[in-house]
Unconditional design. Structure first.
Length: 215
């Protein structure tokens, strides 16, 4: 008797499930105030996606990157969690996966304890949360959890999905345009997560085939 594969859908966090820009901006501003080093917080929140270390290197010398990342992460719970809001359709997207009998996991470049704080604060319940993975490295968790679909807002998320041989569903809610996401190889491009439940219904109805949509 053949065992049916449980549908597992992975989601990115920043600018996919949550809009963390106000909190991240506040954290960078506090980091700047405490260190006396200028950080353009507005520019930083326009580049969300890659690991924290990449942004910190723009403002601090290489020998201080590890130290400043630790300071930033220490400030994060007090400055970044409360201002963050769920993206439109985020809760409904996870509910749609569960309604289809599936599992919803979060795979993010964000420091895992911070990611879990965000989800707990917003009441978003994921079946697993895996942090500190970026771009192609996200494939490690996607493969481990046998994810058939990965949803993200960045071309790095598309690369992660493709490396894991998962269907790449992109939402044009982050720093990358719909055109950039398509050019990176996204299989599906949605305007935002409010379109995800309808897409998932079609995907499941097609036997988890190559359903597609575009903005």
């Amino acid at each position: 008797m053949q065992t049916m594969r449980t549908l597992t859908v992975g989601f990115d966090l920043d600018m996919t499930l949550i809009d963390s820009r106000p909190g991240i901006k506040a954290t960078y501003e506090e980091l700047s105030a405490r260190t006396g080093t200028y950080v353009d917080a507005e520019a930083a929140i326009g580049r969300l996606g890659p690991p924290l270390e990449e942004e910190i290197r723009r403002w601090f010398p290489a020998e201080r990157v590890v130290e400043m990342c630790a300071v930033y992460r220490g400030l994060y719970p007090d400055y970044a969690i409360a201002p963050t809001r769920a993206m439109p359709g985020a809760r409904e997207a996870l509910a749609a996966v569960r309604a289809a009998g599936g599992r919803a996991i979060v795979v993010t470049a964000k420091y895992e304890p911070s990611a879990k704080l965000h989800l707990a604060h917003l009441g978003i319940d994921a079946d697993a949360v895996i942090g500190s993975l970026w771009a192609e490295a996200k494939a490690e968790a996607l493969r481990e959890h046998d994810a058939a679909v990965y949803v993200g807002d960045h071309t790095g998320d598309v690369r992660g999905a493709r490396t894991a041989q998962a269907l790449s569903v992109a939402v044009a809610t982050g720093p990358c345009t719909a055109e950039e996401l398509r050019a990176a190889g996204a299989d599906v491009v949605l305007g935002d997560l409010t379109e995800f439940a309808g897409w998932l219904d079609r995907y499941v109805a097609d036997g988890e085939g190559a359903a597609s949509a575009s903005v």
